[in-house]
Design a protein around this ligand. Structure first.
Ligand code: SAM
Ligand code: SF4
Length: 322
């Protein structure tokens, strides 16, 4: 079992397989062109899998693949199959912008993927284009349909932004409700890579907005879920992730591995150590020692909830995978 310095069991590994992306979301990586990490600095899937086996052998039972845009990296379905074949009851999920899903969904399902979270910030062609800096909406909606048809469990992530998609909160809720996709609104997290003029909604604003049309009640929080869920009278549930709060830190169960091989104990902390060299040299004991150090360094609470001087994070979402 993996346990951190505060006695929390860590059973959830998030793996960012690439920092590259085919979108340039305003809140994540709006700059064009973008300077990517050279391919030789990226861990191979075979090496990532060596670490995944150690993690699974030590009690990890939930793995999420993310990025950058994970579907951009060739061979993802084979990587998913390797993990699935090693332990087929692992909770194996993927976070994607959905653009490449129309052709990838069935292969992912066949490889053993169970769940998929798709980012959907707008149902308006022009707004989606503005956010991603690319005309993406029709293809993403098509990808969602294909994922559903393939039998993947779908959730939606949406970042509400003032003067961007703020007028669509209820439309997005209803789109998701009709299709039985739980939607999670993620409060915009400031970071030094995002467009400087973005303004997010706070949880209270979102709840007030939704309350203009729907009655809902708070659902008791599931252990270690970063989202607080609310249930409408018809039973549909939506969630809100409040990164500036620290309610979920107490039961945090996750660590992250980046495409470059850094193990990150907490999204909001700068401490990260690389396992790339140890794994490449087949020094699994060395990698385990690094893992122990990272677990020992895992902070009690996320940094932003403690930051009184309002410092903007330099942690890039496209590297850590959110
Ligand atoms: N490219 C994939 C996608 O967009 O779903 C996976 C990687 S992306 C970094 C993972 C999640 O982080 C997405 O749901 C995205 O909306 C969210 N995200 C990125 N930057 C964010 C920010 N500044 N604030 C809140 N959420 C953010
Ligand atoms: Fe790409 Fe996802 Fe970042 Fe958007 S949020 S730029 S899709 S990594």
């Amino acid at each position: 079992m993996l346990v951190d310095g505060f006695g929390r069991e860590v059973n959830y590994l998030r793996i960012s397989v690439t920092e590259r992306c085919n979108f340039r979301c305003q809140y994540c990586m709006p700059e064009k062109p973008f300077s990517w990490v050279p391919k030789e600095n990226i861990m191979s899937y075979e090496d990532m899998f060596k670490f995944v086996k150690v993690a699974i052998d030590n009690g990890v039972n939930k793995i999420r693949i993310t990025g950058g845009e994970p579907l951009l990296r060739e061979g993802l379905d084979s990587f998913i199959k390797m993990i699935h074949d090693y332990k087929n009851d692992i909770d194996l999920a993927l976070t994607t912008n959905g653009y490449l899903l129309p052709s990838a969904a069935q292969n992912l399902k066949n490889a053993g993927l169970k769940r998929i979270n798709v980012s959907l910030d707008s149902l308006k062609k022009e707004v989606a284009h503005h956010v991603a800096q690319k005309d993406v909406l029709a293809t993403v909606l098509d990808g969602l349909d294909e994922a559903s048809k393939a039998g993947l469990k779908v959730k939606i992530n949406c970042v509400p932004m003032k003067d961007v998609n703020g007028g669509e909160i209820i439309d997005i809720l209803e789109y998701c409700m009709e299709r039985k996709y739980p939607v999670r609104y993620i409060e915009y997290m400031e970071n030094s890579f995002a467009s400087s003029d973005l303004k997010g909604f706070k949880s209270a604003d979102l709840l007030e907005l939704i309350a203009t049309k729907y009655k809902f009640k708070k659902v008791p929080r599931e252990n270690s879920s970063p989202a607080q869920y609310y249930e409408l009278e018809n039973g549909y549930q939506f969630g809100i992730i409040e990164p500036y709060g620290d309610d979920f830190c107490e039961s945090c169960n996750r660590i992250r591995l980046t495409a470059e091989g850094f193990l990150i104990p907490c999204l909001y902390f700068e401490d990260a150590l690389s396992i790339k060299e140890s794994i490449e040299n087949n020094d699994i004991d060395g990698a385990c020692k690094i893992l122990d150090t990272v677990l020992a360094n895992k902070p009690e609470k996320n940094k932003w909830s403690q930051d009184e001087d309002g410092e903007v994070s330099s942690r890039a979402f496209y590297e850590t995978g959110g």
